[in-house]
Write a protein that binds this ligand. Structure first.
Ligand SMILES: [Fe+2]
Ligand SMILES: [Fe+2]
Length: 227
């Protein structure tokens, strides 16, 4: 459990809600300690699994992975909320930022469910993975909040990379550039005739923001000497 108040980077986190850098893959945060190495290793393992299991079926890959992506923000938000209550301390904007992230990821899911429907097996997989991942992430957050945020930072680096690949697939005709779902047009305020391509660009911008916020959280904890 964190032993010092969350460093005050809430305002900075919110101020990063701007469009992503144009770089297709985005920046990579270099590993600096054992926790970072563990976090990166876990993310690479997950990526390998996703690459093999979905083998280019991007719509399905996105739907299943977004059910996972919506978990950390809610866990982190809950634990930071409980901590603020317990210690009667200001959360420095962390709770709102993390809960916003969870809601944003759920909107990604509700968008892509209009593009690809998971198979029966994928739905079973979602249930099992959620049960395991929720509990594991909860424990990691208690033991090392910094490592938990670093893990999400690396996960979001992969998300940016994956959406860039998905975009390339749309551009080269591998995936049909279908009309954007209504829910996406409303949520990102896209033009009424927007297509899948614009949705992917908007979602990738969100993932880049999550990446930066979570790496910043991990950095702030590191600088304050918190595990
Ligand atoms: Fe997402
Ligand atoms: Fe994300």
């Amino acid at each position: 459990m964190t032993s010092t108040p969350p460093p005050d980077i809430g305002e900075k986190a919110h101020s990063q809600a701007s469009p992503p850098p144009d770089s297709p893959h985005g920046p990579h945060f270099a590993v600096q300690n054992f926790g970072d190495r563990m976090a990166l290793g876990c993310v690479k393992l997950l990526r390998m699994f996703a690459d093999v299991f979905f083998a280019g079926r991007y719509g399905h890959r996105v739907v299943v992975l977004e059910t996972v992506a919506g978990v950390p923000g809610m866990v982190g938000g809950t634990l930071q909320h409980l901590r603020a209550l317990r210690r009667i301390e200001n959360d420095q904007g962390w709770i709102r930022t993390l809960l916003d992230e969870a809601e944003n990821e759920r909107m990604h899911l509700m968008t892509f469910i209009e593009v690809a429907r998971p198979t029966w097996f994928e739905r079973q997989l979602i249930v099992v993975v959620q049960a395991i991942f929720y509990n594991l992430y909860f424990l990691v957050y208690l033991v090392s909040t910094r490592t938990a945020h670093r893990f999400v930072g690396y996960l979001e680096e992969e998300a940016v990379f994956s959406y860039t690949e998905y975009l390339a697939g749309v551009d080269d005709g591998t995936y049909r550039n279908v009309p954007a779902p209504g829910i996406a047009i409303d949520y990102w305020k896209l033009p009424p005739d927007a297509r899948l391509r614009e949705v992917i660009v908007a979602v990738r911008a969100d993932e880049a923001r999550h990446r930066d916020v979570n790496h910043e959280f991990a950095n702030a904890l590191s600088e304050s000497g918190t595990a």
